[in-house]
Design a protein around this ligand. Structure first.
Ligand SMILES: [Zn+2]
Length: 398
């Protein structure tokens, strides 16, 4: 019965008009996933896995490692080179995974069980990143980074536990990776799912229950607060797998902005839980997209401004990694070019983060670094126009 209600609600949602927010100035936001989540344990991990028989290098995500303090410093340098019409630097909304696997504990238990280690407690055995947490915090203090919530783990814990209990090829692959200090490589094992979504359950049972999601989100918010001494206000579900239960649980934990995956321009809108939904509209992913070009990203941004919606740029953390494959240098060159071109073409553009946009639509203005909530330079006219998801989908086809 409940599922029937949810289906009707989903269909109704597509036809029901929603008030979308539009702006009379070009607004640019950056949303970035997977910070704090370890992958390949740098060169040593790569060699160990190759020795174990994994043919790494087939896809860019085989070289996903973990950001270093140098990666973050290089990113900060580029961001601080740029300013918007109000004098503000661009800001990256960084969605954090708040825990990694505790490989030492898991090894002691013959890799039969999952144990987590929060980022606030440190990195797993075998990993070394001196000063990483301090460097995130410095970027946050400078206003070029903004921490937000991704999850506690990126994978679905039940799905991984089921694979372990199965004691077959899947369990072997997990243990091979874990022995090398790598939690998983998603494209090689999509059956691990995403935190709130278990891919091998029947279609309408894939999302965890409302209670289970609420508990996981509560844990993630607690781990976030320990790490950053603040509460997250914006969230993006791992794999973008979120449903109405996720939105409700986020709202109950103080989340005001929900980020969703790349689509054609959708104006920001509020849902029934009072959460502002932002849809990414520009895909800036040079490390993983062979067809990437700065020009294509500029065109995507232009289309947003023509529609009066913010250009919300998606750029995953892998683009800034450098220890096994130098993704960072080409990304930063392209990012510098992208920002330079935007600033030249749109002298009145404003760089915001998610919470600024929330303030802008609820109060008509947002605080700048000078602390002036009514600074004329950031005055932006906000209008609302009703739209339906069905209408947007039709428009995208024509
Ligand atoms: Zn992610």
């Amino acid at each position: 019965m409940l599922k029937f209600v949810q289906k009707v609600w989903l269909r109704g949602r597509d036809l029901f008009p929603v008030a979308g927010f539009h702006f009379d100035r070009p607004l640019v936001l950056f949303e970035s996933d997977d910070w704090g989540r370890v992958g390949l344990r740098d060169q040593a991990g790569l060699e160990q896995l190759r020795t174990a028989g994994l043919a790494l290098g087939e896809r860019p995500y085989d070289f996903y490692t973990l950001e270093t303090t140098e990666d973050l410093a290089a990113l900060r340098t580029v961001l601080k080179r740029h300013r918007d019409a109000s004098g503000r630097h661009p800001c990256i909304e960084m969605n954090f995974i708040l825990a990694n696997l505790d490989f030492a504990k898991m090894s002691a238990a013959a890799f039969r069980q999952i144990y987590l280690l929060t980022l606030a407690e440190g990195l797993p055995e075998g990993w070394s990143r001196a000063g990483l947490i301090e460097t995130y915090r410095e970027g946050i203090a400078e206003g070029v980074f903004r921490p937000a919530l991704h999850g506690t783990t990126h994978f679905n814990r039940l799905a991984v536990e089921r694979a372990l209990a199965g004691e077959d090829d899947r369990a072997d692959l997990l243990r091979t990776l874990w022995r090398a200090g790598t939690p998983y490589i998603h494209w090689r094992m999509p059956w691990i799912g995403y935190e709130y979504w278990d891919p091998e359950k029947p279609e309408d049972e894939r999302f965890l229950s409302e209670e289970a999601q609420r508990e996981l989100i509560g844990q993630a918010v607690g781990a976030f607060a320990k790490l950053f001494s603040s509460l997250p206000r914006s969230a993006c579900a791992p794999g973008y797998r979120a449903n109405d239960d996720t939105y409700r649980a986020w709202a109950q934990h103080g989340i005001r902005v929900v980020q969703s995956g790349p689509e054609a321009p959708v104006p920001p809108y509020f849902d029934r839980h009072g959460v502002l939904h932002l849809t990414r509209t520009v895909e800036f992913e040079p490390a993983v997209n062979a067809a990437f070009s700065v020009e294509a990203c500029l065109r995507q941004g232009e289309r947003c401004f023509e529609d009066g919606v913010p250009a919300i740029v998606s750029v995953h953390s892998v683009n800034f990694h450098s220890t096994v494959r130098d993704f960072r240098s080409p990304t930063l060159r392209s990012l510098d070019g992208f920002l330079t071109a935007l600033e030249a073409k749109y002298p009145d553009l404003l760089y915001l983060h998610d919470e600024d946009l929330y303030e802008l639509v609820t109060k008509g203005a947002y605080r700048t670094t000078s602390g002036d909530a009514r600074n004329d330079s950031v005055r932006t006219h906000v209008t609302t126009k009703n739209f339906t998801r069905a209408g947007l989908a039709r428009r995208q086809k024509t």
